[in-house]
Design a protein around this ligand. Sequence first.
Ligand SMILES: [Fe+2]
Length: 201
Amino acid sequence: MEPKLVAVPEAIPEKVYTSERVGISKATHDNHLTLWKGYANKTNEIRKALHEAEVDPSKANQIYSQMRALKVNYAFAYGGYINHNVYFATMGGQGGPATGEVGKLIESAYGSFDHWAADWKSTGMAGRGWVFLGYDHAEKRVHTYIGDAQDTFPVWDHTLLLAMDVYEHAYYLDFHTARLKYIEAYMQVIDWEAVNARLRG
Ligand SMILES: [Fe+2]
């Protein structure tokens, strides 16, 4: 069976461009689209390579082998594709305090939205690549997590609700090294309705 391929939209979703009102520019998003497509293209390339790969346990090796190269890089490529899907799907809203069921989950886990917001900003300054808000199906609560790269620090049995890109390409053009200003701008354009839709599944 031929591998299923993934694709990103031809253009960034129109609502995302409303972020220009807080200083996250169209140019940043348009450049970001190229990177997003890169993750999708490499996901497809590796899916095809895995389809054609020789699956022989005697040749697989943890130091170097074709299987190691394909599997490790697959997690990076597909992880990058998924992370950016969520980043762009949940941007372009009015920001502010979280609404709906997600708002209630944040308040019960963090005491108040303001406390969660301080945690989110701090996590964003402490991470190297991503900040994630995940719904933990085991504990039935939300947590914020750092992702240093596309394929690091995920936690199982969670639904990814919100993903904030803190790689420099997400803000350097608009904010130079002032990452906190970018994070504060980003928080004003979170689409909480889209976040709630992800929780509902
Ligand atoms: Fe990115």
